[in-house]
Design a protein around this ligand. Structure first.
Ligand code: EPU
Length: 366
């Protein structure tokens, strides 16, 4: 394996941060991962695997090996004659396949399950790490298992959905960063059960089609989700960003009640999935607070300073000019965290992964 030297990572992260990697390779198969692992051991250097780079803040040149995930095969069932086969079918995609391309292709083949997760930037491999979720559906709904390469030991293995410990924007991969996702295995349906509980989807379908539709097709849901995302969220191709910069904080029903007394109109949703480790038996129910609402309420929406700012249509998204540095984005995040904490008493957790010259670090208000 011959890595390239001093490669700019600007095209490989959606904040367009222009830092360099000492060493750089593309990973096409498991053998490439073994070679990369040997390289890091022999050179005693850190490593970083980039998928779509849509959940990453790079604050310094990286003094190690950067791998770009390029394993991108999709394994469709051999007898996929739509719509005559059984209701469910198994589909596997390698980690480097573009997520939204997979969503689009499943819908074209008449399958449902992924339509609410349309247009999420990034690659298939990132989906279980974050348990991607949008408009009432999480990956957990259709995940069967995940194939993993352990960069510490060089072993490969498979985790079931349960073993992935999926929660709201959470999974076992967050505490096992040396586990590299190489393939995601899904179960999809030909029997369509539309998930339109998230009101804005039904409203958008009605406004696109000019009539209210009770049983929309996967394609109609996809079109609506794409429309909503394009209206609310900046396209990283034109405005560098990593999507939601903070998680929606999970609080108890008691906290929601007392906050609502001070802040009428506070937006919150019941939480369906919480990792067991984060639950406390003393509280009966949990709610996600809309962090975008909290940030918006404090007047940050549309804020600009230097090359960074807060998106004008969704306060949860920090944007950057393309010439800004990762540290500038993080400084803004810290100011917002402090303001939210001071006013609402709630801690916002940063969602993207943060890297300096030697590896991952955390950057949160205490
Ligand atoms: N809101 C505001 N002002 C804002 C943003 C939001 O008042 O600037 C309020 C509105 O009342 C809105 C509510 O918050 O109705 C919820 O907003 P939205 O529907 O945009 O959802 P979200 O909770 O802010 C989450 C995900 C998004 C995902 C949407 C839709 C997180 C951290 N983010 O955002 O994911 O698209 O739900 O399901 O959970 C991403 O991961 O990059 C992402 C965009």
């Amino acid at each position: 394996m011959k890595p390239q030297l001093k490669v700019s990572l600007k095209p490989y992260n959606t904040l367009s941060l222009d830092v360099k990697a000492d060493y750089f390779v593309r990973i096409h198969n498991i053998n490439d991962l073994h070679l990369a692992r040997n390289f890091c051991q022999m050179n005693d250097c850190p490593w970083l695997l980039i998928g779509g780079g849509s959940n990453l803040v790079l604050t310094q040149d990286f003094e190690g090996l950067v791998m770009v995930m390029a394993m991108d095969k999709v394994f469709w069932p051999s007898n996929i004659t739509v719509p005559k086969m059984s209701d469910k079918f198994a589909l596997s995609a390698e980690a480097g396949y573009e997520w939204d391309r997979l969503v689009e292709e499943t819908i074209q083949k008449g399958a449902s399950g992924l339509e609410n997760l349309s247009l999420i930037p990034g690659q298939v491999g990132a989906a279980p790490i974050q348990n991607i979720g949008a408009y009432g559906v999480e990956l957990a709904h259709c995940l069967t298992s995940v194939d993993v390469f352990d960069f510490k030991t060089g072993q490969t293995f498979q985790l079931t959905t349960t073993e992935c410990k999926l929660g709201y924007r959470d999974s076992i991969f967050k505490t096992h960063p040396h586990w590299i996702v190489t393939q995601v295995n899904l179960t999809l349906n030909f029997e369509h059960e539309p998930q339109v509980g998230y009101g804005i989807i039904a409203d958008t379908i009605a406004s696109i089609s000019g009539q209210s539709i009770t049983d929309p097709s996967p394609q109609q849901i996809r079109d609506a989700v794409i429309h909503i995302r394009r209206t609310k969220l900046p396209d990283p191709k034109y405005i560098p960003n990593v999507g939601s910069f903070f998680k929606n904080p999970v609080v108890t029903s008691e906290q929601v009640e007392s906050l609502t007394q001070i802040w009428p109109g506070l937006v919150s949703y019941p939480v369906a999935l919480i990792p067991v480790a984060k639950t406390s038996k003393t509280h009966s129910s949990y709610y996600k607070l809309a962090a975008g609402w909290l940030i918006d309420k404090l007047g940050w929406k549309g804020f600009r300073e230097g090359g960074v700012g807060v998106h004008e249509h969704q306060a949860l998204v920090l944007v950057c000019s393309g010439s800004a540095k990762g540290k500038d984005v993080l400084d803004l995040a810290l100011r917002i965290q402090a303001d939210v904490k001071a006013n609402f008493g709630v801690k916002l957790e940063i969602e993207p992964r943060l890297f300096d010259s030697r590896g991952e670090f955390t950057y949160n208000l205490d």
